[in-house]
Design a protein around this ligand. Structure first.
Ligand code: S3P
Length: 194
């Protein structure tokens, strides 16, 4: 089985934070499709939306996912809308294990209420927008994922341990320390997902 791990889920679910920690844990390179697009174009996702519209961004995203998912042994965080394209869904499922980080729109809204970088949230009713996006995308996340994890209040270390146990039981003998509830602990060990 390919060791690739792909993270899908709505924006703010913690794909980048969890992905980075998981990659460190598995000693695999971490990639984020939005960051790669930004690095190569030299502009932000927000600017791409302004210049090329969502359609232009989606074309860049599809090309990036086709390329990055084909690499051997990576942890890849995808943009929240990557699952909209059937080709992306097929590509992700074919090249690795797909994990859906599931989160409630209310929690996502709390984390991102001051966000100015995500074009789809620049509306008068960002919570309503998150609910609409989830309505459309939920079945797509579910059909794409091999494994669904509720992020809830779980910290990063707990999620990473869970993923490791589920996917790689043979190497999951030495979990990351998870501080007791209420304690911050080592920030890197179990900080909040977003
Ligand atoms: C989007 C999510 C963003 C980014 C773009 C569109 C979406 O990525 O790709 O703003 O359609 O949900 P994150 O999920 O990493 O925020």
């Amino acid at each position: 089985m390919s060791r690739n791990v792909f993270l899908v889920g709505l924006m703010g679910a913690g794909k980048t934070t969890v992905g980075r920690a998981l990659a460190r844990r598995l000693r695999l390179p971490f990639l984020d499709s939005d960051h790669e697009i930004e690095a190569r174009t030299g502009v932000s996702v927000r600017t791409i939306f302004e210049l090329e519209g969502e359609i232009g961004f989606r074309a860049r995203e599809a090309a990036m996912i086709a390329e990055l998912s084909g690499r051997p042994g990576v942890v890849l965080a995808t943009g929240g809308g990557a699952v909209l394209d059937p080709a992306n869904r097929a590509c992700l499922r074919a090249h690795g294990t797909v994990i859906y980080l599931r989160a409630r729109p209310e929690d996502l809204f709390r984390r991102m209420r001051h966000d100015r970088d995500r074009p789809l949230l620049q509306t008068g009713d960002p919570l309503g927008r998150l609910r609409e996006l989830l309505e459309v995308r939920r079945p797509l996340y579910e059909e794409t994922a091999h494994l669904t994890l509720d992020t809830g209040d779980q910290g990063v270390a707990r999620l990473v341990n869970r993923i490791e146990r589920e996917l790689f039981p043979a190497i999951a003998g030495n979990p990351l320390p998870v501080p007791p509830a209420g304690e911050t602990g080592d920030g890197a060990a179990d900080s909040a997902v977003s």
